[in-house]
Design a protein around this ligand. Structure first.
Ligand code: IMP
Ligand code: MG
Length: 217
């Protein structure tokens, strides 16, 4: 298996006041702190792209975006990889699927994969799966299994964040941008019941924010 050169670890107590950043007014009460500012994500993604390129090499590469959570991470990564691979003879391709598993702040355990018909196009290819976050590991596990069944040649995973929690299922984490404490985070594509995806920085939710947008079903 591939190994990342070094890890970017966010310590348990690393939190900055939301007032110190350009958080939209409509969000401030719902968030308790900023944990990863957008600028830091950009810097980390640049280096991660170089690591990905030096390990995968210049072979043809299909990038698979796992929507919705990884939409920002994906575009940042594609841009940086394009620079890193500028002298490669093979271009990259991009594909999109959607996985859904969370209800409120709990993983439901049932992982739904939408847009599967696309997957046959990945048969025989080198695939870099780009996902937002690994928590229990169930979503990624299910997806990687499905890719194996589809008959991909090789697969790697690029993850925006990996939570410091015991996994329910062991899963390959090849390229991880940040390792974070066990806190429910939103922003930079990540949601809480479909909200906060547009938030620029990765933030921790406040108790009142979690209450306010709970799914009442
Ligand atoms: P897992 O299957 O438990 O590993 O969870 C992965 C999925 O759960 C991710 O793709 C996210 O959609 C969601 N998720 C897990 N933790 C968080 C979080 O802290 N904030 C927002 N979404 C999360
Ligand atoms: Mg989600």
């Amino acid at each position: 298996q591939t190994m990342a050169s070094a890890q970017a670890v966010i310590p348990d107590d690393f939190e900055m006041p939301t007032e110190a950043f350009d958080i939209p007014q409509s969000y401030t009460g719902d968030l308790s702190a900023v944990v990863i500012p957008e600028g830091m994500i950009k810097d980390r993604v640049r280096r991660l792209s170089h690591d990905i390129h030096s390990q995968i090499g210049s072979e043809p590469l299909a990038l698979l975006c796992v929507l919705k959570g990884s939409y920002k991470f994906f575009t940042a990564l594609v841009d940086e990889l394009t620079s890193a691979r500028f002298d490669c003879p093979h271009p990259m391709t991009v594909d999109f699927i959607r996985c859904r598993s969370y209800e409120d702040t709990q993983s439901t355990g049932n992982v739904e994969i939408i847009g599967l018909s696309n997957l046959t196009e990945l048969k025989g290819k080198n695939v870099l799966v780009v996902d937002d976050i690994v928590d229990t590991g169930r979503t990624l596990y299910r997806l990687l299994n499905t890719l194996k069944e589809t008959g991909v040649r090789r697969s790697w995973t690029a993850l925006l964040v990996s939570k410091r929690v015991p996994r329910s299922i062991d899963v390959a984490e090849d390229f991880v941008a940040f390792q974070i404490p066990d806190k429910f985070i939103v922003g930079y594509g990540l949601d809480y019941n479909q909200r906060f995806r547009d938030l620029r920085h990765i933030c921790v939710m406040s108790k009142s924010g979690i209450e306010k947008y709970k799914n009442l079903e």
